[in-house]
Design a protein around this ligand. Structure first.
Ligand code: CP
Length: 304
């Protein structure tokens, strides 16, 4: 039985297989409409979500399966003090696969050690978000036609932004990658992610404090929201929240064939006017999320 807790749980070949499968599902959705018949997905969301939870649910429904679950800790017995272990042991009696989001880093890993069905990490605190990364990889591949030889700028809250941590880890699988980390110093990439980068000769990286200087050289800019819910005090959040805003003037500095990504939700960091630019692909990214989760569910359930 295989879980997806960290993107490193999958080899490069396994990731590429999921992306290929997702592309095949996009081309031939009818071929997959019954593959999860009689299978159930449980979505255990101890933290808010729009895209991840609903795309998981849509994915399972489009594979012919069913869904159950909860969308906030308050509506589960966690509110009465039940542990993650007991919750997961219980739910694995009802469902064939579980997608879990939890504010505590490591909670999905603990769940995977107690569960008798596959666990998918749908985001754990400020740590990891591997299914967003599969979504991001599919988006890069479909929009730019490749995953190697890319220069990607990652901008915003790189400290708490779990999607960034998982994406950086995944890009280490590919050749000739340049990563440029653009953030306020207080929200820079955690040391443990930098240590991982240091093990990979195929990835070069540097930090920058200027979007304007970096935008002209990028194939993709990956914008992120400053994660208000992870801050210890509101003052710091208010001081840092608008550090980097991508508006049409800055988009004008980008290459014509570059792309603008964002895991969403967006607050203020991309001007709404940018949405109409052909380089803005964050809503196409949302759509890719459903297909990649269909591919992931099918793969983990080992159904034909
Ligand atoms: N990208 C993402 O995880 O969005 P949600 O928080 O809406 O699930």
């Amino acid at each position: 039985m295989k879980h997806l807790i960290d993107i490193k749980d999958f080899t490069t070949e396994e990731i590429d297989d999921i992306l290929l499968l997702a592309e095949n599902i996009i081309e031939h959705p009818d071929d997959y409409s019954e593959v999860c018949r009689r299978k159930k997905l449980a979505t255990l969301f101890f933290e808010p979500s729009t895209r991840t939870r609903l795309s998981f649910e849509a994915a399972m429904l489009e594979l012919g399966g069913s869904v159950l679950g909860f969308s906030e800790a308050q509506s589960s017995s966690a509110s009465k003090g039940e542990s993650v272990s007991d919750t997961v042991k219980t739910v694995s009696c009802y469902a064939d696969i579980i997608a879990m989001r939890h504010p505590k880093e490591g909670a999905p890993l603990l769940a995977s050690q107690r569960s008798c069905v596959p666990i998918i990490n749908a985001g754990d605190g400020g740590h990891n978000h591997p299914t967003q990364t599969l979504t991001d990889l599919l988006t890069l591949k479909r929009e730019l036609g490749k995953l190697s030889g890319l220069t990607i700028g990652l901008c915003g809250d790189l400290k708490f932004g779990r999607t960034v941590h998982s994406l950086v880890s995944a890009m280490c699988n590919y050749e000739d990658i340049k990563l440029i980390f653009i953030s306020p110093e207080e929200l820079s990439l955690p040391a443990y992610v930098k240590s991982e980068l240091a093990k990979h000769q195929n990835v070069s990286w540097r930090e920058s404090g200027s979007m304007e200087e970096e935008l002209p050289s990028l194939d993709a800019i990956y914008m992120t929201r400053v994660q208000r819910e992870r801050f210890f005090n509101e003052e710091d959040y208010l001081r840092l929240k608008d550090s980097f805003i991508l508006d049409m003037e800055k988009v004008g500095l980008m290459k014509e064939d570059a792309i603008i990504m964002h895991p969403l939700p967006r607050v203020n960091e991309i001007s709404v006017k940018v949405d109409d630019d052909k380089r803005a692909c964050y809503f196409r990214q949302v759509s890719n999320g459903k297909y990649v989760r269909m591919a992931l569910i099918k793969t983990l359930l080992e159904v034909q």
